[in-house]
Write a protein that binds this ligand. Sequence first.
Ligand code: PMP
Length: 386
Amino acid sequence: MTFELADRVQAVPPSGIRRFFEIAEERDEVISLGVGEPDFSTPWAARDAAITSLEQGKTSYTANRGKRELREAISDYVADRFDLGYGADEEIIVTAGASEAVDLAFRALVDPGDTVAIAQPSYISYEPGVIFAGGEVLPVPTKKEDDFRLTVEALEAAGASEADLLVLCYPNNPTGAIMREEDLEPVAEFAREHDLTVLADEIYAELTYGGNEHTSIATLPGMRERTIVFNGFSKAHAMTGLRLGYALGPADVVGAMNKIHQYTMLSAPTTAQHAALEALDSCDGDVREMVAQYDRRRQFVLSRFREIGMDVFEAKGAFYCFPEVPEGWTAEEFAEAVLREQGVAVVPGDVFGAGGEGHLRVSYATGLDDLREALNRLEAFVEEHV
Ligand code: PMP
């Protein structure tokens, strides 16, 4: 029997990086700089809290929106770290990863035919999420000349004034770009002027380097009432597999998201909520240590790319850098050849949408020894071919 799959599912093409995993599997000793998750283990205190909760038999559902104590801790944390004021009762929802939160927001806000502008290159889930919700995607390419920051020129050139929603992600996956307050101000003005709802994926907020502090667009004047902020425990707290994230926003939107969540998920994983509570309570030192290590790796990788002679923009956030491939190559050709010949896996930038072509996403969520070896191999490849 063949199923008639829903059009909106068929409309999403298969992921562009699957082929790379197949090549990687054929070859021994591949060093992967292709991953989007921390190489660190979850801080022990958070794991221990999860274990204790299991020993105590705390394995029931929680409140739909998440444990009250956790929502209160999130409310305090985002106020303290990012100057964001959200109440635990109605303005915070705890979800199965930031992924679920983003999906809930699309489903709560997008009607068929609505246009969602997405600043690209960007994380690969936004576009399918919009299509699954019945919306139309409007890519807004950002440029290396602008350090991959979103500008009003880019928004205007893409026709984003006609959009209903705008998705942005800073610190950015895949470029490592950040946006400071003065960069966000004109974007906020554009959103207010054209009545755009902003979805701000700030999951890499803690991973901001070089003396920069993360600024949330929701803290700018007139933005709190039109912005949903996403964050979670996967990146800064190295908790990807525990699947825990959250959204912050005005009560009516968070309420609508909770309506979908309560029927589709009931509540986010209970064990992970216990771990997250402890992560916020006692793991700040672990986060600072991981951030310091990412920063050392970032500086090492950037300087090695420059030595190799590959043009690379100064990434200041997340755990990625985004070098340009040498002239005469497409990103896909380069990534495939480096993988086949040198056993180094990186992701071609095109996978992340408009503006990513001609670049590679290189993750430094990998130990320094592997990074050193991978960059030596890349150097050998460039010396041989370029
Ligand atoms: N947003 C971005 C920008 C990401 O890079 C990722 C993970 N790669 C996610 C969201 C998903 O995070 P979570 O594990 O919390 O679902």
